[in-house]
Design a protein around this ligand. Sequence first.
Ligand code: HEC
Length: 195
Amino acid sequence: MYKRYLIISLLLVSIISCTEKKETTDLSALKSKGDSLIAQTFDTLRNTLLSTIGEKGFPGAVSFCNTKALSLTNTYAAEGITIKRTSDKLRNPANRPDNMEQEILSAYLQMKEDKQELKPVLKKDTEGNHHYFKPILLQAMCSNCHGDKNTQIKPDTWEAIRLQYPADAAFNYKEGDLRGIWHLTFLKNKINGPN
Ligand code: HEC
């Protein structure tokens, strides 16, 4: 009798540890997929911005810091992945954060204040979708449109921004500041991740 219990418990333990192992492997696959999609989107966005700045100058490039304009975004959507950028200080009100994003933003801002390193976050919602968040830090070239409005954003660029985004709050950032976050959603039924 005792032996049978022992065998059953051993079996249970091995089943549980097996599923746990599978879950970690799949989550790390999601993370690396998330990292490469974000890197690809950022590169495309940056290159589009840089070439438009070259052609039309900063005021003419003002409409090009927008992920929705990228055809990449549609390609991801077909795979069940959405990509969004949001911030606590917005230029475009349509990028406003939802509850989960608000939570991540507040946590990152607190970590910045405490001089901690900002690490990516992977979360699962109650419906089983996975969410991947990464910080967006301000780089030198971004200051032309998000930096000090008196010294870094040129008057003609400022005018173009004000005209298109009257409610703009995304300026006066310094290099290294938390400009916002990336948020990738992997829809449950579309990916081969854990359920
Ligand atoms: C040519 C001007 C310009 C440059 C350069 C620029 N941005 Fe933007 N940025 C904008 C505009 C305009 C928007 C609003 C886009 C939209 O309509 O979604 C924006 C929006 C954003 C948003 C989305 C949140 C929000 O405020 O609506 C983030 C995040 C962002 N920019 C980060 C950056 C980073 C990081 C860089 C540097 C790599 C950068 N930007 C460079 C003009 C610029």
